[in-house]
Design a protein around this ligand. Sequence first.
Ligand SMILES: *Cc1c(COP(=O)(O)O)cnc(C)c1O
Length: 374
Amino acid sequence: MQSPLRTRAWIDVRAPALRRNFRRVAEAMGPDPWVLPMVKADAYGLGAPEVVRVLRAEGPAGWGVATVEEGVALRQGGASEPIVVFTPALPADFERVAAHDLEVAVSDPRLLDRLSAVGRACGRPVGVHLEVDTGMGRAGVRPEQLDALAGALRPLRESDGLRWVGMFTHLHSADEAGGPGVGAQLEGLRSAARALEPPPSVRVHAANSAGAFRLGAEAGGARPGIFLYGGRVGPDQPEPEAVVAVRARVVRVVDAAPGATLGYGATHRADGPERWATLAIGYGDGLPRVLGNRGEALIAGRRVPIIGRVSMDVTVVNISGVPGVEAGNAATLVGRDGGEELLLDEVAEAAGTISYEILTGLAPRLPRIWTEAE
Ligand SMILES: *Cc1c(COP(=O)(O)O)cnc(C)c1O
């Protein structure tokens, strides 16, 4: 376990596990995989520049981001691969998109003429991925609208201000066993492709992480996020390797007398003699407050309960019966310690949420400590 002594609380990030998770997605996608890692929201909180550095040698098709700002930051950080902005493009973004050589997801074909004009003015055609709404309902063109929009779609083929690079849809239920609607969504994308007859250079891509394992090469291409970062993608699907561990130092150990109270609201009271350890991590670091009196931590390879409410900066665990714990020791809130492990998804479930929200909620004040060590 990494233990930078001056660090109060931190996140260990394992580069080899990230790499192997990428390879498993790529293998699922068949002999000629097209895999575009999603590095939006700072790569789900792990740190987009580091994820890009680690995965670059694996041959990604490019990088997926949510916003133009994220794309510009990656480009300025030196990424030379394609960068696709997936939140539907707005005209106010077009100039920055073109200036930084970003590709955009387009939901409204009526904007293509304007995007094309900006591409021409910049002297560089803008790469476009046409999104098809097959049931996610938050973005994309409805397949049944495509005929009516045929005229508006013409710039995709004919304008020198645009490059048509992709057509895609986003699956809503690929993580559920039986995957209701996955087949129908894929068929919706395919029928849109039949209607539009894109040239062979246009990549038709349907899969998120879960879809990559459910559909494989059938999906045409994958845009994985959560699986790369260690989140599960469904009860009947392969399990990712853990990539992150959230750690915090013990900053105080105390023997609590029977009846002693703990934390805001005094929601915990020592039944008998108890030993408590204060951990230097709280909801201000992204540890969900709802884990108070409910979640667990690992100390000295043992599971111990979180007692009392989680505070902004500290959380207390009951270490009665765990010998030898002292200030300066490291505790684990997510991840492995010795023979015990708190899975990311297990912590998310205890907090009533999903792995995505736990990861993206981890606050900037936790340093991300990347390691090549196994
Ligand atoms: C976030 C996102 C993904 C990645 O989904 P995961 O479930 O994290 O694999 C893929 N495609 C689009 C359009 C997204 O917004």
